[in-house]
Design a protein around this ligand. Structure first.
Ligand code: MTE
Length: 304
């Protein structure tokens, strides 16, 4: 990953806490109505085990103007500007591979009437910065049940749109396009795993992966593939973009692990965007109670 040191974030990019708390009750419902879905009665306890430190929601301005989305440029400030005219709708997601009926799904057909979740998650980037983001979306497990994979499916692969006309960053070979990511089936079915369609109670901004992106809060941010157009079920571990680009630095699992350093920097601490002092990074980003059992018996140094 091209790295800008977290300390380089100028204070001008950090704005005071926004109006999110006031908007929340209202827009949560509006977002649900827009999707033609029903609000889930209760959200998973998403912010447990903070290591004794407070987790304040990151200002919306920071979360939407400091982005990694190489399809729209490799600088953190570029996606907001270069994606501003991207039209995410209409959108089609092709479901392929080991599934009962492989076929394209219109966005509403894939998501319509599934319960909308409102989940505030800590998000930890592999570059050692972090944010706290209020996501809206649906559990990936609900989508998977809807499209009916075969019992032989062991992994799910996700692919971002490839369209250099609409995604100018794809005109340069900075990554092997299209961006791909993958999960083991049990990770994909885990209740924490979301397909986000919104954040801060509003539709997902283009720079954050409109109209549909993956959210796995116990994994490094690069797993959170944006603008997904394909879901493929397979019996083999799929290739993933960052692992293909640099296998010694980016593994398939990408579980947040303060004990396993990136070859070029430590993962023990993180800089929460908007805060001055670094905080300790927690195993599985603080979600160990919910997810550690998925990896019992695995050597997490080897399967990084
Ligand atoms: N998805 C695509 N298609 N292209 C990308 O460059 N960057 C990843 C991930 N998803 C990326 C992507 C990385 S490295 C991170 S840290 C997160 O998106 C950033 O998400 P955010 O901009 O919403 O914070």
């Amino acid at each position: 990953m091209l790295i800008r040191h977290p300390d380089d974030l100028p204070s001008s990019e950090i704005t005071p806490e926004g109006l999110y708390q006031n908007r929340r009750a209202f827009v949560g419902t509006a977002g649900a109505l827009a999707l033609g879905t029903v609000l889930a009665p209760s959200a998973v306890q998403a912010l447990s085990h903070t290591g004794g430190q407070e987790d304040k929601v990151t200002p919306e301005e920071d979360a939407t103007s400091y982005n990694n989305f190489y399809e729209f440029g490799t600088d953190k400030e570029e996606p907001k500007e270069l994606a501003k005219d991207f039209k995410p709708m209409p959108w089609t997601v092709t479901v392929e591979g080991l599934v009962k009926a492989p076929r394209p799904y219109a966005y509403d057909e894939l998501l319509g009437r599934l319960p909308v979740q409102d989940r505030t998650y800590r998000m930890r980037c592999v570059e050692a910065w972090s944010m706290v983001i209020p996501w809206q979306g649906v559990q990936l497990s609900d989508i998977i049940k809807r499209v009916e994979p075969l019992p032989s499916a062991k992994f799910v692969e996700f692919t971002t749109l490839y369209d250099p006309k609409r995604m100018p960053g794809q005109r340069r070979a900075v990554l092997p396009w299209p961006y791909k990511e993958g999960l083991r089936m049990d990770e994909a079915m885990h209740p924490l795993t979301l397909f986000a369609t919104g954040m801060y109670g509003k539709p997902l901004p283009n720079q954050n992966g409109a109209p549909l992106r993956l959210v796995t809060p116990w994994k490094y941010g690069f797993k959170g593939i944006k603008s997904i157009v394909k879901i493929r079920f397979t019996d083999r571990m799929p290739n993933t973009t960052w692992n293909d680009a640099n296998p010694s630095e980016y593994g398939f699992y990408a579980n947040v692990n303060p004990a396993v350093d990136h070859p070029r920097w430590s993962q023990a601490k993180e800089r929460r965007i908007g805060e001055f002092l670094r905080r300790n990074t927690l195993p599985f980003n603080g979600y160990a109670d919910q997810v550690a059992s998925l990896y019992s018996g695995m050597d997490l140094r080897k399967f990084y």
